[in-house]
Design a binder for this molecule. Structure first.
Ligand SMILES: Cc1cc2nc3c(=O)[nH]c(=O)nc-3n(C[C@H](O)[C@H](O)[C@H](O)COP(=O)(O)OP(=O)(O)OC[C@H]3O[C@@H](n4cnc5c(N)ncnc54)[C@H](O)[C@@H]3O)c2cc1C
Length: 254
């Protein structure tokens, strides 16, 4: 994929000069900021408290690793997922488009904070996400970035004319780069991964979802062992809309 610095000259509206050194965003950057310590134990203890004569604090000490695994197995095979809500992960996501975050925030059981286009004014250094199929076509790429630049110049002119950033931003394209923080509990993560790791999901949110799964898996390997698109666990749930290119099946849980 073409990256910053290797792009052809952009096309600007007649009468304007090339005002920006570069327009393309840095690559997507997804990082794990925080997570529940020992999330599998946290989930197992929360589940076990339903049937134990002792409380959760004591169970944290009393349950050995085998007991934790047995409870997790019951949860994951029975589908009694409420205990999965007791462990959560917080991710910082930078270098993504507003188009992607609009899809992300449709997942209502997560928590979000996003860079504001009301309070952050992008007067000098706008960055845009270039989709791979646009990037692969030099002529389309030039037109794409030219349109982004043109929209941005109109935005800046509106601000210079006294329009509030919150109103001027209506001019900004979906390709505009943004930053967002998201926190999800494990139950929601499994649902999110099923929908968004799927090859039917758009490339950008799929890349984010796959990276989040990669980052979360080491601390909860048993729970996340078969996470992802539905085809990892059984038949594709997309029916007639299936991509026809399933992921490799996950190993059966022990
Ligand atoms: C491939 C793909 C294509 C899409 N195309 C479109 C599209 O064309 N147009 C469009 O508008 N959206 C589209 N979406 C978004 C989709 O409709 C959902 O809004 C989004 O995926 C969030 O899913 P969710 O509601 O299951 O998840 P979440 O909001 O994360 O909720 C998780 C689960 O909690 C439960 N839940 C949450 N809120 C409620 C509630 N109020 N009442 C009852 N149960 C609740 C449900 O079981 C839900 O599945 C698309 C999504 C995908 C993956």
């Amino acid at each position: 994929m073409g990256r910053r610095g290797d792009s052809p000259l952009f096309v600007y509206p007649v009468g304007t000069q090339r005002p920006f050194a570069d327009l393309e965003s840095e690559p997507m950057d997804v990082r794990l900021l925080f997570s529940t310590p020992d999330p599998e134990r946290a989930v197992a203890v929360a589940a076990r408290v339903c049937y134990a004569p002792i409380g959760a604090a004591e169970l944290m000490e009393a349950m050995d690793d085998d007991a934790v695994r047995r409870v997790l197995r019951t949860i994951m095979t029975s589908g009694h997922f409420s205990a999965l809500e007791h462990a959560s992960f917080t991710f910082a996501i930078d270098g993504v488009s507003r188009a992607m975050t609009h899809q992300l925030v449709r997942h209502r059981l997560a928590s979000y904070n996003q860079q504001s286009q009301r309070y952050v004014s992008y007067t000098d250094d706008p960055r845009f996400i270039v989709p791979p199929d646009v990037d692969a076509n030099p002529a389309v790429r030039v037109a794409f970035l030219g349109a982004c630049a043109s929209a941005f110049l109109s935005y800046r002119e509106a601000i210079e004319a006294g329009v509030a950033a919150e109103d001027a931003r209506y001019l900004l394209p979906n390709a505009m780069e943004t930053k967002i923080v998201v926190t999800m509990n494990i139950r929601e993560m499994l649902h999110f991964f099923e929908l968004r790791c799927c090859k039917r999901a758009q490339w950008e949110i799929r890349d984010v979802a796959l990276r989040m799964l990669e980052l979360a898996s080491p601390s909860a390997p048993y729970i996340f062992s078969d996470a992802g698109a539905s085809c990892r666990r059984g038949p594709c749930r997309e029916g007639k809309m299936t991509c026809g290119d399933p992921y490799e099946r996950a190993l059966k849980r022990d």
